[in-house]
Design a protein around this ligand. Structure first.
Ligand SMILES: Cc1cc2nc3c(=O)[nH]c(=O)nc-3n(C[C@H](O)[C@H](O)[C@H](O)COP(=O)(O)OP(=O)(O)OC[C@H]3O[C@@H](n4cnc5c(N)ncnc54)[C@H](O)[C@@H]3O)c2cc1C
Length: 476
């Protein structure tokens, strides 16, 4: 930090100022500081953003509780008689908070270690890359040659489902719920909705998923989405697709509500979880006197290198119209810093982003679905293999799922370049790595089939699926 000259309206100068301390913002600040830049970060709450406080980390923490519960419930099958599991939700919540607190503390130490100046307050941007930081009625004024906007997103709601924190919640409230309800309707069968449905169902909640589109997990390959829907139904989760919600009416006791959806259907539940995506949070950014454009949906407009229309100003993460994922925000934060140095980095290819969804069964994919590859003009060939035939999956007792590889079709009917890989099943979020590299390195089926997969591992299924696209196969 360099203090401004006496009499200047600017309080401090930095090389880079980031507004918003979520994954996009803190990644940009840390990366810049690691390169040797004097970086500042403005955060109005606590660093970590949605991801650490009300997103990825608490959601996965609660899913892990569900996993442990499921494991104990099924332990008898392994000859381990642990009795029926009992849930101590207060302990679950404390553990969740401990994990968050440890990660936030670690992030704070990293900021200090890299000498990032953190300003607590609400940041806004004016002309000439002047950033104002308002806190407790006082305003500090900062300036830098480069400014990155990273104010993230907030849960979307739907008219007729006002969030009261009791009968109607979004992810923000659900992740801190004091006790689990007996029954819940999850509106929206996307990634977050499916994770919540899966977590609650494992822990004994009677769950109904209501999705307006014709499949859950839109954007996933339809074969993969079908496996998830089938598996959910097998576990007692009711899944309705092509079923837009119309409204709900709370009963006089206030403890239940009836949700109406589809063609006159209803369901009576103790809790409604509205899980219909997130909206960009550009509202408090000011921006007057700048050329930054906010589109009609609230996203800040950027080019492939996250540059806004205002020279020296970038925007990253959930604030822009790219996949709303923490790892995308990290990558965009680093890209913006690299671009600010004039290094002309290659834009990110969002069609090949890795996606991981942590419901049970897990989902992980990268690249084209079969459908999107065909729509893009490819002639394709696919190969799917099921976890039911995988040794490791049988050993752990978790065999629901498939691996599907989509490849460009060669004239002889074998596979050429690998265009997409779609996995549903045990631990697939940890298995996506090699598939992601194969897709992004534009590897061919022959390139990948030549590699050895360790045995016995779940990853053998990916090897097997690729191998069979060469026209030869081992197990099937
Ligand atoms: C339930 C749930 C589960 C999720 N699970 C995953 C997952 O498993 N994997 C994954 O990749 N993604 C997941 N996500 C998405 C992920 O959390 C977001 O993509 C990510 O947090 C976006 O990062 P960001 O930095 O753009 O914004 P945010 O995380 O929203 O951070 C923005 C920050 O800016 C601050 N801020 C806002 N306005 C101002 C201002 N004017 N001045 C100063 N500070 C301001 C906010 O307080 C906040 O700290 C999940 C999201 C949810 C809700």
């Amino acid at each position: 930090m360099r203090l401004a000259r006496k009499g200047s309206p600017i309080d401090a100068q930095h090389d880079l100022i980031v507004i918003g301390g979520g994954p996009g913002g803190y990644a940009a600040a840390l990366y810049a500081a690691g390169i040797g830049l004097d970086a500042a970060l403005v955060e109005k709450a606590t660093i970590g953003g949605a991801c650490l406080h009300v997103g990825c980390i608490p959601a996965k923490e609660l899913l892990e509780t569900a996993h442990v519960y499921r494991t104990v419930r099924n332990a008898g099958a392994f000859g381990v008689n642990a009795g029926a599991p009992e849930l101590a939700w207060d302990v679950t919540m404390k553990r969740k908070q401990t994990v968050i607190d440890q990660l936030v503390a670690g992030l704070g130490s990293l900021m200090k270690h890299r000498k990032v100046t953190v300003y607590n307050g609400v940041g806004s941007l004016g002309a000439d890359r002047v950033v104002s930081v308002a806190r407790d009625g006082e305003t500090r004024t900062l300036r830098a040659p480069s400014v990155i906007l990273a104010t993230g997103s907030l849960p979307r709601t739907i008219p007729g489902f006002e969030v009261d924190g009791k009968v109607v919640m979004t992810s923000d409230e659900l992740l801190s719920i004091e006790s689990l309800p007996q029954s819940a309707a999850v509106i929206g069968g996307g990634a977050i909705g499916c994770e919540f449905a899966s977590m609650m169902a494992d822990l004994g909640v009677e769950v109904t998923v209501i999705e307006a589109l014709d499949q859950v997990l839109t954007g996933c390959d339809s074969d993969a989405a079908k496996v998830v829907a089938r598996s959910f139904r097998k576990r007692g989760i009711t899944v309705h697709t092509s079923a837009p919600v119309h409204g709900h009416s709370v009963d006089p006791s206030g403890s239940h509500t009836t949700v109406s959806f589809g063609d006159g259907a209803t369901v009576d539940v103790a809790l409604v979880v509205v899980s219909v995506g997130r909206r960009p949070n550009a509202g408090g950014l000011g921006l007057s006197g700048t050329a930054v454009v906010v589109d009609e949906r609230g996203f800040v407009e950027v080019d492939g290198r996250c540059r806004t229309a205002e020279p020296g100003v970038w925007a990253v993460g959930d604030l822009i119209d790219t996949p709303q994922l923490a790892h995308v925000a990290f990558a965009e934060g680093m890209l913006a810093v690299t671009d600010s140095l004039g290094e002309e980095p290659a834009p990110l290819d969002h069609h090949r982003t890795p996606w991981c969804i942590y419901c049970h069964p897990e989902v992980a994919f990268a690249g084209h679905t079969e459908q999107s590859a065909i729509e893009a003009g490819y002639e394709v060939v696919t190969s799917s293999h099921r976890f039911i035939s995988n040794g490791r999956a049988k050993i752990v007792g978790d065999t629901d799922g498939i691996v599907k590889v989509v490849a460009e079709r060669r004239p002889d009917g074998t596979g050429g370049q690998i265009l997409g890989v779609h996995m549903v099943g045990p631990w697939v979020t940890e298995q996506l790595g090699q598939a992601y590299l194969a897709v992004n390195w534009e590897a061919t089926v022959d390139d990948v089939a030549a590699f050895i997969q360790p045995h016995p591992t779940m990853s053998e299924l990916f090897g097997e699926s690729v191998l069979s696209l060469t026209g030869r196969s081992l197990h099937g």
